[in-house]
Write a protein that binds this ligand. Sequence first.
Ligand code: UDP
Length: 333
Amino acid sequence: MKHVHGPHIFHSDDEEVWRFVSRFSQFETFDFKVNAQRGERLYPLPINLDTLRLFFGKDFTAAEAEDHVRTCTVQLAYPPRNFEEQALSTVGPKLYEAFFKGYTQKQWGRDPKEIPASVFRRLPLRFSQDRTYFHHSRVGMPRDGYTQMISRILDHPSISVEFNSTFKRSSDQREFSHIFYTGELDAFFEYEFGLLPYRSLRFEDFRVDGDFQASPTVNFPDVGIPYTRITEHKKFAPWENHDRSLCSREYSFECGPGDTPYYPVNLAGGSALLDSYRQAANNVAGVSFIGRLATFRYLDMDVAISEAMGASSTFLETVQSGGTMPAFPHAQA
Ligand code: UDP
C-alpha cells in the first residue's frame, strides 16, 4: 500500500469517530515510530529520554533530563507568541535548532517566528522512554487503505460524485438548497481579496531491495537537505509482505494555481486577509464551510470527521426549527 498523499495515521480518542470510520474499513492497530536523522545518526521522536541522552551524550535519569532541559529553556515574560518562542521556552535553543528550526522552515517556507505557537504544541516532549507518537486511545490504519474506505463511504444511493468539475458559486448555489463546502476558502470567492497561503507537497519515489530505514518515517531537520521526511510505505502496512520497498522523499512548496493544497498556512498574529474571507463567508447564506481547506485550520482527520458529523446534526436541527445554518458550524459547538 502506498500513502500517495504522504503518511496518514488515524489517531483519535473520539469513540463516535471510530464507530463511523469502522463501518467502512477494518482498522489494524498501528504503532507509529518516527526518527529524526542528523548526519548519520538517528534520534527517536517525539523527543524523549533516549533522544535527550543521545543528543546531550549523558546518561540522564528522567529527573536529571527534565532539570537539564529546564535550565536550557528561555524564560519569557509573556506567553509564547510564535513557534520559535514556544520552542525556545519549552526545549531551549540547542534542541530547537537541532530538531525544529530547519524542519519548520522547510515545511512552511517561512521563518518559524511567523508560524503560530500552536504548531509546536502538536509535538509532545517526554522525560520517559515512551516514544509512542500519538497518545490516543486508539491508533490504526485502514487495512485496505484510505481510498477503499472513502469509496465505501461514498457508495450510497443519495450520494453522487462528479469528477473534473470545478465548483462555481454562481450556478451551484442556485442548484442546491444548502452547500457544505470543503474546498479552499479563497477559491469559493474566486480569490476576490487575494490568495490565501497553502502549502503543497511533492513526492519523489524510489525503490530498494529489502528494507530502507529503521522506522516508517524519518524526518530530516537539516535545512541543507531539501526534503522534510522520507516515508517507507510498506512499514505503514506491516501485515503486507514485500521483498522490495517503495519510499518517498517529501518536499513542501508554496501552493500555486493547479497545485494540490495540503496545509493552510496560519500566521502567528493572525491575518487580515483571512479575516476578510471569514467575514465574507459569514455573510453568505445557504453555505457551510467545513474541513481543513475551507475553515483554514490545521485539522487532523478525526477532528475533520467529528466536525463534519457535528455540522450535519446542526443542519438537521436547523431545518427542523426553521433557523439559520451557520457558515462555520464548528464555531457554534
Ligand atoms: N516539526 C519539526 N520537526 C519535526 C517534526 C515536526 O519541527 O521533526 C514541526 C513542523 O513545523 C511541523 C509541525 O512540527 O509542521 C507539526 O508536525 P507534525 O508531525 O504534526 O506534521 P504533519 O504530520 O501534520 O505534517
